[in-house]
Design a binder for this molecule. Sequence first.
Ligand code: ADP
Ligand code: MG
Length: 256
Amino acid sequence: MAETVLRTEQLGVSFGALRAVNNVSLEIEEGKFTTILGPNGAGKTTYFNLISGLLKPTTGKIFFRDTEVTSFTPMQRVEIGMGRSFQLTNVFPSLTVHENVRLAAQSHQKVGYRLFRNHRSYQKVNEKTEEILRRVLLEKRRDVPASSLTHGEQRKLELGMVLALEPRVLLLDEPTAGMAIEEVPTMIQIMQDTYQRGTTIVLIEHKMDLVKQLSDRLVILVNGGVIADGDPRTVSQDPKVLAAYLGGGVLDATAS
Ligand SMILES: Nc1ncnc2c1ncn2[C@@H]1O[C@H](COP(=O)(O)OP(=O)(O)O)[C@@H](O)[C@H]1O
Ligand SMILES: [Mg+2]
């Protein structure tokens, strides 16, 4: 049996009268690819904001392995291995792709003490940077300023910067959103590669067709609550899920 790496217990938040996330209890298993699927406005991003500490819950608790992290800062959560891609906010537009990845790798190495002074750690940062550039398929774009990348390339860079922090759990919020259609397969390839290297992935999506093949488990979130949870084939045929999806038009691959 796989171990639980991330757990939320009755996690919830309200915005005024709106219960955006309503007492969500989930256990994420180590090494698995879990996808949280749901129509727009279901509360998916809000759930991630709670897990990563950008929002304070009004109810419930969050655990990473055996540690309760409910009151940890976002940075503390990253430091213990919870990685989240923050939609371009941490990318420096005027720096090159290589420099951006290097900064992330360096910040990870530096945690705790001034290792970076020593030559071996300098080399380790360089090696990590090269590894990440290969993994996110941006080697050929290494010397281009981040601001000149296509939208899809920026998302890959952003993912690379999170991977440089060597997260145990990777939270991905619609990583292919707004991407040109021809860039989607390479993003999927990067996610699969990351998963095969042993990183636990929790992906948020609203397009069923994209995630059925990729995921070990599908969790369906509607109106802030989980309505179905299990293996992708069973869940995608669940009448409750089909009803929610047809109602929201989400089965349409082009819905955004
Ligand atoms: N900061 C906020 N203040 C008020 N309402 C919010 C806030 N963030 C999200 N919401 C609302 O909460 C609901 C869930 O939003 P969100 O988590 O972004 O959905 P999803 O990511 O599933 O599309 C939506 O109705 C949205 O309008
Ligand atoms: Mg969202």
